[in-house]
Write a protein that binds this ligand. Structure first.
Ligand SMILES: Nc1nc2c(c(=O)[nH]1)N[C@H]1C(S)=C(S)[C@@H](COP(=O)(O)O)O[C@H]1N2
Ligand SMILES: [Mo]
Length: 201
């Protein structure tokens, strides 16, 4: 059983579970405002420098799970395609292209924003957005699109799947109580001051 499953991490697929996905055959198309639009294969992604971010995925539905997320920094991917200076937002599309979400450039290039393919050293399974998902611990979990097939580099912001259904566009994590999955789902309060530390805890 995977670590995420052992921790009873909730599985969210608002658009429906995609079923079994082909990891070895996975590709992510990166297009939009860049010099070198590229379709990255699984092999190419795992050959790129790997970053491990010890960080939490925290949902606005108030669960949070911490671990070692591994993958390619979004900023490394932007360098690889020679992103244009006009890029203001990165739009992530999930498989089926029903779910999308966009992150402003300044948060997308932070060190822990990844195209993640691992959690605690294991490849991500379909339930948790494998083979490759967006991972952005700085914002609510709905900004971390699962099973990403396409990334668009944009000069403006577009509301995504949940944002159009009422979730905040900025998605800043606010203080309150969360179910900490690393502590068996124990509800624990986090104060305003703690929110920042919480990202690395
Ligand atoms: N494609 C897709 N990505 C998604 C979602 C979804 O429903 N579909 N839910 C989002 C929300 S609200 C959260 S909190 C996290 C949950 O990730 P998990 O299902 O791996 O726990 O994925 C995000 N990415
Ligand atoms: Mo969420």
């Amino acid at each position: 059983m995977s670590r995420l499953k052992e921790l009873n991490t909730p599985v969210f697929w608002a658009e429906g579970h995609p079923g079994v996905l082909d990891r070895e055959g996975w590709t992510i198309e990166v297009s939009g405002l860049c010099k070198n639009p590229t379709t990255f294969t699984w092999q190419e992604l795992v050959s790129m420098p790997k970053t491990i971010a010890d960080a939490r995925l925290t949902s606005v539905t108030r669960f949070s799970v911490k671990g070692r997320w591994g993958g390619v920094r979004v900023s490394d991917m932007l360098d690889a395609v020679k992103a244009s200076p006009d890029v203001k937002c990165i739009r992530f599309w999930s498989i089926k292209k029903i779910y999308d979400t966009s992150i402003p450039l300044e948060i997308a290039i932070k060190e822990k924003t990844l195209l993640a393919y691992e959690f605690d050293g294991e490849y991500l399974e379909e339930d948790y957005g494998g083979p490759v998902r967006g991972f952005c611990p700085y914002l609510w979990g709905y900004k971390s699109a699962k099973s990403v097939v396409k990334i668009e580099l944009m000069d403006r912001y577009i509301s995504g799947f949940w944002e159009q259904r009422g979730y905040a566009d900025d998605a800043f994590i606010t203080a309150g109580k969360v179910r900490d999955m690393n502590q068996g789902g124990r509800v624990r309060p986090i104060s305003d001051g703690e929110v920042i530390n919480f990202l690395d805890e």
